[in-house]
Design a binder for this molecule. Structure first.
Ligand code: 8BR
Ligand code: 8BR
Ligand code: GLC
Length: 453
């Protein structure tokens, strides 16, 4: 069957069943994304104004965190030069003030939890319980209508409310997102692809601050959930990771006792000690989602340098190398589902079998194309309309390699007692924005699977 036919049949199946999925627990990171689409002239003037030489020092190596405006502008240029994403904590108040005055083009829901809550609850109609470290009025207003809940404790009793009914007056956690398109030029730097630099002016999410409701009533909260998705651990450092990871371990044990499968959205974790600690905890998860850079970074800490290097060499990434890496990770940790996504295709290795695993990937690829095209997915028809985006033709070689190596047909193969599923994705040529596409992919595929079970 051709991919187009597989796509539409998968979409129809999931659309009709997705509301049968029970509550999804989402923790821990939610914030406000202040998105600025960069302007070359403006950026050049800003760099000149503070001193070009000082700023350019940071285009070769990112600072660990942002302590002044030179570092901010230099880090933005670092991203542009490479067409790579990066995210850094902004420590200095004067730099936070500078970013605020620089301004933004739009305010959007941010953080893996926030983005997934709006997609699952607001678009798909799947009920979600979200952890929102700080519920300001602005933050609450970014939640879509729909079955989206946050816990509140009143007289010792737990209640689930829509974030707007929480009537919170807490702090604003703002992440400034500087987006640039492919070919964007400043001075002699030209972006090889579209991407963004994120400066997090936020004291809660980077430290994985966990709300008292989640400390004190987690068993009850977990009792309301059918599945869980965990994210936001990527910004931890060797100085602050112990306590949040201990809390997480406790939460995972409760989820396990209650038979609630958990997915870890593994975003780029620059601190190697934290990355290693997360890999050590993977066995407590049912599933993990990651891209090529993240998979390579895990192979590094597992001591598989050669595989790590190969994962970053070819474009598109060689799927046989990816599969080898996924098997290494599965054997090492015992995690039952590994969902890999890259520009052009997705692969998922599972300890269980069925076409529905592939169908969930197809659904996710449609949602990703809608997100890339529009920046925000408004309703399920936006997802349906992404059928107009053509299926990526660059990955013909990937499909052939999988057929040859594993006898894959229609995106499914059996390999060493596991199932390997593959889909070519739909690529939007001029995406509106790049933030949150990965979250859209992983949550749609994970929840899509449960809709079809
Ligand atoms: P994409 O560029 O495809 O989105 O892949 C994720 C990227 O995360 C990696 O390429 C890596 O460059 C980047 N990254 C992030 Br996010 N934060 C980073 C940091 N603090 N230092 C270096 N790279 C970072
Ligand atoms: P990460 O930020 O986790 O790397 O997720 C980004 C994913 O979004 C990529 O793996 C790729 O599959 C998808 N993607 C990107 Br980047 N650009 C896209 C586009 N223009 N159209 C569809 N999907 C895209
Ligand atoms: C990270 C960023 C957040 C952004 C999200 C998108 O969580 O901190 O600002 O919305 O990634 O995936």
């Amino acid at each position: 069957m051709a991919w187009n036919a597989l796509y539409s049949s998968a979409f129809e199946k999931i659309r009709s069943r997705i509301r049968n999925v029970g509550r999804v627990l989402l923790a821990y990171n939610t914030n406000i994304d202040a998105v600025k689409y960069l302007d070359g002239g403006d950026l050049e003037r800003r760099v000149e104004a503070v001193g070009k030489d000082e700023v350019f020092r940071y285009t070769d190596e990112l600072p660990e965190r942002i302590e002044n405006v030179h570092q901010l502008l230099g880090s933005i240029l670092w991203s542009i030069k490479r067409g790579k994403a990066a995210e850094l904590f902004v420590e200095s108040c004067s730099t936070r003030f500078y970013m605020r005055r620089w301004g933004w083009d739009e305010l959007r829901m941010g953080g893996q939890v926030g983005i997934m809550a709006n997609l699952l609850g607001g678009v798909y109609g799947v009920p979600v319980i979200a952890h929102v470290p700080q519920l300001s009025r602005l933050q609450a207003g970014l939640f879509k209508d729909g079955p989206i809940y946050v816990p509140r404790v009143e007289n010792g009793k737990l209640k689930l409310l829509h974030p707007r009914d929480f009537s919170g007056d807490e702090e604003n956690c703002v992440h400034h997102i500087y987006e640039f398109p492919r070919g964007f030029t400043v001075f002699d730097l030209k972006a090889p692809r579209e991407n963004r630099f994120i400066g997090s002016a936020d004291d809660y999410n980077p430290n994985v601050h966990i709300r008292p409701e989640f400390h004190e009533h987690f068993e009850e909260i977990a009792g309301e959930a059918e599945v869980a998705i965990i994210s936001g651990l990527q910004t931890l450092t060797k100085e602050n990771y112990h306590e949040p990871l201990e809390t997480l371990r406790g939460h995972l044990e409760v989820l396990e006792e209650r038979g609630v499968p958990a997915h870890l959205e593994f975003a780029f974790t620059s601190d190697e000690k934290v990355r290693k600690a997360l890999v050590d905890m993977l066995g407590l998860f049912h599933s993990v989602g990651l891209n090529e850079v993240e998979l390579a970074s895990i192979m590094e800490v597992l001591g598989n340098r050669a595989i790590a290097k190969k994962l970053l060499t070819n474009d598109p990434v060689d799927p046989v190398t990816v599969t080898d890496a996924m098997f290494k990770l599965a054997e090492k940790t015992g995690v039952k589902r590994i969902h890999f996504h890259t520009y052009g295709y997705y692969l998922v290795l599972t300890g269980y079998k069925g076409e529905y695993v592939r169908d969930a990937l197809l659904f996710a690829a449609l949602a990703a194309a809608a997100k890339a095209k529009l920046g925000d997915v408004r309703n399920i028809d936006d997802v349906a309309k992404a059928m107009d985006v053509p299926v990526n033709e660059r990955v013909g070689g990937v499909e052939e390699a999988l057929a040859e190596q594993y006898g894959m047909r229609e995106g499914i193969a059996e390999v060493n007692g596991h199932q390997l599923a593959f889909v070519p994705t739909r690529i939007v040529v001029r995406p509106k924005s790049t933030v949150g596409i990965g979250d859209t992919i992983s949550s749609s595929a994970f929840v899509g699977e449960f809709a079809l079970r």
